[in-house]
Ligand binder design. Sequence first.
Ligand SMILES: [Zn+2]
Length: 348
Amino acid sequence: MSFQPDYAFDGEPPLGETWEVAPGVRWLRMPLPFKLDHINLWMLEDGDGWTLVDTGINTEETRDAWDRVFETTLAGKPVTRIIVTHFHPDHVGLAGWLAARFKVPLWMPYTEWATGRMLSFETRESAGPVSHAFYKAAGFSGERLDQVERRVGRYGGNISAIPAAIRRIAHGDEFAVGAHSWRVIEGNGHSPEHACLYCADLGVLISGDQILPKISPNVSVWPQEPEADPLARFLDSLKRFKDLPADTLVLPSHNWPFRGLLERLDDLAAHHVERLDAAQAACAARDGDGGATAVDVLEHLFKREMDTHQMFFAIGESLAHLHHLMTLGRVRRVIDAAGVHRFQTAAV
Ligand SMILES: [Zn+2]
């Protein structure tokens, strides 16, 4: 990727502090116990109180940091509502804790809420067999397959209980927060119906994980929908941002606020064109052996060392590129005698 983000700020707010990034819009950063070690959250001035956008993962460190924000930035002012962009634990993790504390509603896309609620009730017993079969078909064996067993049903452990009822937000909805109107723009592919929030008055887009300045948002096939082509949905939904002004201030969930939205959209699309070509080349190299597994493609696409957490994103991402190549008619899939999916270039 050649994109050089034009960062709007030189630095970032320390843990537990907030910075104003636009009138009435404040930025806070929370820690994450992963290699990607932080998430950005946003506070929108809402009359006498504040609307929170995304909540952080459910750890003591994050809850303590929120407590400091309540004492300083909020200074006794109420939280008016909580908006969550999508179901991933670093975004929805403390929504239940915050909603209960301030007795306010959670606003969230219905599918994102339902997915989070569903996953939080999954157990090793309920989801294990489907996950095992999915990763075995992708080419996992031995230690990697054992890791699947250990990870299934862990979603609920990273979040406070997601509220049992929500106020739904959906693509095209407009609503007021304080003096300004915000519009929902739905993104797909990273998560089912990710809500981005755009304010024309302020020229600000809260892009969540859908558009990030430095890393390419993860687009993965997951066991719950093993035949999905999430990359088609991701690339298609990026088009919904092309009409926004070129100087829009983009507030992403990771790294720093930036400008250069339209260039970044083109850059992300170009990145996936390159990855599709690389995935196809990995398949072609294995045509003589009956085709490449998703693990073969992963090893071709990701040369760096990865921890287990990253490995699961990488295998999902490899499958996303393979499934999109199938949609495009550039590879075909055969299932070998062991039940493993093998991808061959269409010319074979
Ligand atoms: Zn996410």
